[in-house]
Design a protein around this ligand. Structure first.
Ligand code: PEP
Ligand code: MN
Length: 352
């Protein structure tokens, strides 16, 4: 389509803007600006910082023609937002978000460790894993009940039975629980059990699923797609937040490159890039990034050093017997050792 009229979404992409209020702007001035925006059929999104309030305008700013917002009382300046993601954009919300999930929070001041088996294989291995990762200092138990496997003949997960074991593990240990959902049907069941949903790399652009996760309001870990750019990843997060769920944590889990010595290539630079572009927390998954047990500890240290908000690591009672991802899974003992070695890095990053 060559004709980009005012209602063409592509033309609107670079027309959104934010209004930065003066530090001393009164509540009345802020309310007047908001009302003016809404009276023109646009959405106003308020972000109140300690000092400055920002009003994000979503929609076609042409509608504000002649409104003269720049000279409204309390307005400091106006910035254009060229990115297509808005509500997850740092420009809309300059302070880093703290995401409540289960009995804890993820974000500044914390270093969250999520650990557990790739797949929930049976009751006992899950309960043993929960005890072990809890003892070593994790605050989330991970475990797949719906497994997105490359081959349709590989183990696909225990589904609801697995979720029941996760719930039992939470009751036994006090750990929060996180499980991946791969379909709308899985989502409907999982929300009855989990503290946090996981959207895996393969579903990062499953927009119908993202919208439903957005409607659920349940905190969500959004993994980066196999070959997704950071902008595509943030747009995926925008799908969730735009449905009313702001409780999103991002997870860098490696991307496809020409390198074959590791399963994927861990893009550590994504952490500071996300930090610059978005207010959402970001954690690192060195297990799926490398596929190799020996690289988990150094890259977990690197994740802490680069400012990640946490890590997700696969742990298994018997990695050589694992039904999936054995070569990248740590034994209980290896995980415990890694956690002890990681501690000074987490402290140095100011997150202990
Ligand atoms: C997982 O965490 O179980 C998983 C399948 O990871 P990813 O979506 O990053 O491949
Ligand atoms: Mn796995």
């Amino acid at each position: 389509m060559t004709n980009s009229g005012p209602e063409d979404p592509a033309a609107r992409e670079d027309t959104d803007m934010i209004i930065i209020m003066k530090p001393n702007a009164s509540a009345e001035a802020i309310s007047n600006v908001t009302k003016l925006i809404e009276s023109r059929g646009l959405q106003a999104h308020l972000s109140r910082g300690d000092e400055v309030t920002i009003v994000g305008v979503i929609g076609n700013k042409e509608k504000l023609h002649g409104a003269n917002i720049e000279s409204s009382e309390g307005v400091d300046r106006i910035l254009n937002v060229t990115e297509s993601y808005k509500l997850v954009n740092k420009k809309f919300h300059p302070e880093d978000s703290v995401i409540p999930a289960g009995n804890t929070t993820i974000g500044p001041g914390n270093f969250t460790v999520m650990a557990g088996p790739c797949a929930i294989e049976n009751h006992d291995m899950l309960l043993q894993s929960a005890e072990a990762v809890k003892k070593a200092g994790a605050t989330f138990l991970r475990g797949g009940a719906y497994k997105p496997r490359t081959s349709p003949y590989s183990f696909q997960g225990l589904e609801e039975e697995g979720l029941k074991y996760m719930k039992e593990a939470r009751e036994a240990t006090g750990l929060n629980i996180i499980c991946e959902v791969t379909s709308l049907r899985a989502l409907e069941t999982a929300v009855k059990y989990v503290d946090m949903l996981q959207i895996g790399a393969r579903n990062m652009q499953n927009f119908e699923l993202l919208k439903e996760v957005g409607k659920s309001g349940v905190p969500v870990l959004l993994k980066r797609g196999l070959s997704a750019t950071i902008d595509e990843w943030l747009n995926a997060a925008e799908y969730i937040i735009s449905e009313g769920n702001p409780n999103i944590v991002l997870c860098e889990r490696g991307i496809r490159t020409y390198e074959t010595s590791t399963r994927n290539t861990l893009d550590l630079s994504a952490v500071p890039v996300i930090r610059a572009k978005s207010h959402l927390p970001v954690i690192v998954d060195p297990s799926h990034a490398t596929g190799v047990r020996a690289y988990i500890e150094p890259l977990s240290k690197a994740a802490a050093a680069v400012g990640a908000d946490g890590i997700m690591v696969e742990v298994h009672p018997c990695p050589s017997c694992a039904m999936s991802d054995g070569p990248q899974s740590l034994t209980f003992e290896q995980f415990d050792t890694m956690m002890r070695h990681l501690k000074p890095y987490v402290e140095l990053a100011g997150r202990a």
